[in-house]
Design a binder for this molecule. Structure first.
Ligand code: A2P
Length: 339
């Protein structure tokens, strides 16, 4: 890989695409050139990046000539069509969609957890689902200390997971509701402002689990290289803008030592412990918004445990950053030659 690669962002005008620009800049990602790609609708629009004006181009089959790294965030259909085209043109694709995540030839990577998997890529590396990333940023360090046997997780997911239009819908509905106008759901199936509903991904009528929940199960097994962990998620969408929250119950292999887990989480990369019982101060989506770190607190031995092997915690992470753009740029950093 070129030490100063030519990077392309596919979906540069979207919620994650805009964050990708910010993260590349903030992390001083070495670049020889940045190409911004989106649909014909936004072709010609101009974006400021590091003091330069970059013009968004329409995504086309010949968009990837000379591109070293292509960061995709324009949905699964675009990834399925253009991901292989980009990699055939010589780019390494870091894909934010679910299109290739469970493909056995595609590594699924959280750089703090399984960076070595990235080396096995054959042109495409997948960025995991946002709820999976936020869960595992906390669960994986605990798993290394005391292997996890079971995870029971409930999510409280922000609008941003459904893109910029969904964030706009939350804002519009909140205003409409407060000003006494009719609330009209368009992106989500139900009102998102002042509400909570089962995740809007496809529900499997046989199992009673939706697609988001299956992603959390299958992707966690793949990233941790351990299919034996039993996982049951309940994914819920709530009216927050960009940070997901998760309430997590773990069954561990050995008796849980809370002080040891606390110490592990204090030093875990990309994790920040906020666990102040005296002030009733714990992680919140509002405070996690705009942060790189996943916040964790409410850490305690579970009262449902007979043998002391079960723990509970609550975590929050910015869906657009660690859940998407930041993780993708960290994967791209793994591709750079070691300086
Ligand atoms: P555009 O803004 O031109 O529609 P989000 O996840 O926030 O909904 O953003 C989706 C991103 O994917 C946007 O940048 C959007 O570009 C881009 N996109 C959607 N459809 C296409 C397409 N057919 N070709 C290229 N980019 C697309």
């Amino acid at each position: 890989m070129n030490a100063n690669p030519h990077v392309a962002i596919v979906g540069a005008t979207g919620a994650v695409g805009k964050e990708l620009l910010g993260v590349l800049d903030q992390r001083r990602f070495p670049l020889s050139r940045l190409t911004l790609l989106a649909s014909a609708r936004s072709a010609g629009s101009v974006v400021d990046f590091r003091g330069e004006k970059l013009t968004v181009q329409e995504l086309r089959e010949d968009s990837f000539v000379g591109v070293d790294i292509a960061l995709f965030s324009a949905g699964g259909n675009i990834s399925r069509k253009f991901g292989p085209i980009a990699s055939a043109a010589g780019a390494v694709v870091v894909d934010n969609s679910s299109a290739f995540r469970m493909d056995p030839d595609t590594p699924l990577v959280i750089p703090e957890i399984n960076p070595e998997d990235a080396k096995q890529h054959r042109g495409i590396i997948a960025n995991p689902n946002c709820s999976t990333i936020i869960l595992l940023m906390v669960a994986a360090p605990i798993h290394r200390l005391n292997p996890i046997k079971k995870i029971v997780v409930s999510t409280y997911q922000a609008a941003s997971g459904a893109g910029a239009v969904a964030m706009k819908e939350l804002e519009t509905q909140a205003r409409d509701h407060l000003e006494g106008r009719e609330v009209k759901p368009e992106v989500f199936p139900y009102p998102i402002a002042f509400n909570a509903f089962s995740h809007n991904s496809t529900m499997d009528p046989d199992t009673g689990y939706n697609q988001e929940e299956w992603k959390m199960i299958q992707e966690s097994h793949k990233i941790l290289h351990d299919d034996s962990i039993r996982i049951t998620p309940t994914c819920i969408r709530i009216g927050t803008f960009r940070a997901h929250a998760e309430s997590v119950h773990l069954e561990l292999s050995r008796e849980a030592n809370i002080e040891e887990i606390r110490q592990t989480l204090r030093t875990a990369p990309g994790v920040k412990l906020i666990d102040d019982r005296n002030r009733n101060y714990f992680p919140m989506p509002l405070e996690a918004s705009g942060l790189d770190d996943v916040l964790v607190g409410r850490l305690r031995r579970s009262s449902s445990s007979d043998d002391g092997k079960e723990v509970d915690f609550f975590c929050c992470g910015d869906q657009l950053l660690k859940g998407a753009a930041l993780n993708a740029v960290q994967i791209a950093e793994l591709l750079l030659p070691k300086s």
